[in-house]
Design a protein around this ligand. Structure first.
Ligand SMILES: [Zn+2]
Ligand SMILES: [Zn+2]
Length: 291
């Protein structure tokens, strides 16, 4: 189940001319649901929101979907990999195969023609609008076959792609049974909206604001406040320079909780073969402001 050594050279992004009304309506409804927090709030519900954000967004998306499944930046037992992928699926950002296919395309064509959310097409396009237009299913199937043959071979990932919505619905029911509407509003609506914007800011703000340590051909930046929201993913200029590195924060102040968690896994024997940039590549000059 190796990460493809070379990504396809074909410009694989099909035309995004197919408006996705259901996805748009769902995202709007999730944001409207946040309004209910004004009269459905308890401190325990806020705690549930933060815990699920850390589990789904931090361990699931940042460590699982991104650093493990997309970039194979470390190895771990299958049960750990599947657990991280399952947690990622609870964020309702799509199944692991679709998420990884989009992100591998982003790395191949970063901010150029072919990038599904190029920041050169505008901040709001890269933040959220790109998701409102999707390719037709047959064309998208070609994309996943090209970019994620390793994941398509795994029945668990195909299963999660078919059922991730049902698992989130089940989570909502469990939250309701445990704590009523405050748990649902905070554990689902507020938590999902925070997780969405955290993830989306990596594509928008971390290609716009902050400083650049490496002169990549893309617009990627290191943005401290995105890094805080995303457990270290905001050190995105570093990440584009070393995509397969498990470590994104490279300078002393670049706090990287996701890498800390991967190190923790390693310390208890649940992760190994962590990839990091070669030491000679880490002789930094002064940070430069984004163009
Ligand atoms: Zn990027
Ligand atoms: Zn990446």
């Amino acid at each position: 189940m190796a990460y493809p050594a070379t990504l396809p050279s074909v410009l694989a992004v099909p035309a995004r001319d197919h408006f996705a009304p259901i996805k748009a309506a769902f995202l709007l409804a999730a944001h409207l649901g946040v309004v209910a927090a004004f009269w459905q709030t308890t401190w325990v519900a806020v705690g549930v929101c933060l815990l699920l954000h850390a589990l789904g967004g931090g361990l699931g998306i940042c460590v699982g979907y991104h650093r493990l499944l997309t970039h194979r930046s470390f190895k771990c037992p299958t049960v750990v990999e599947y657990t991280l992928a399952f947690l990622g699926s609870l964020t309702m950002e799509g199944g692991p195969i679709d998420w990884v296919a989009n992100h591998r395309q982003h790395h191949q064509y970063s901010d150029a023609a072919g990038d599904p959310h190029s920041a050169r097409e505008g901040f709001f396009w890269s933040h959220v609008l790109w998701m409102m237009w999707t390719p037709k299913q047959a064309a998208w199937n070609q994309v996943t076959e090209r970019y994620t043959p390793d994941l398509l071979r795994v029945p668990f990932y195909r299963f999660m792609g078919r059922t991730y919505l049902e698992w989130s619905a089940l989570l909502a029911v469990v939250l309701y049974l445990m704590g009523g509407w405050p748990f649902v509003v905070w554990g689902m609506c507020v938590r999902l909206v925070i997780t969405y914007h955290s993830t989306w800011f990596v594509n928008s703000a971390s290609h716009t604001f902050g400083y650049r340590t490496f002169d990549n051909s893309d617009l990627s930046t290191n943005c401290w406040w995105v890094a805080l929201m995303t457990y270290g993913e905001g050190w995105h200029n570093n990440h584009h320079a070393f995509p397969t590195s498990a470590r994104h924060g490279l300078r002393p102040w670049e706090i990287d909780l996701s890498y800390g968690f991967i190190r923790l896994l390693k310390s208890v024997g649940l992760a190994w073969d962590l990839r990091t940039p070669p030491v000679e590549k880490l002789q930094f000059g002064s940070p430069r402001a984004a163009a």
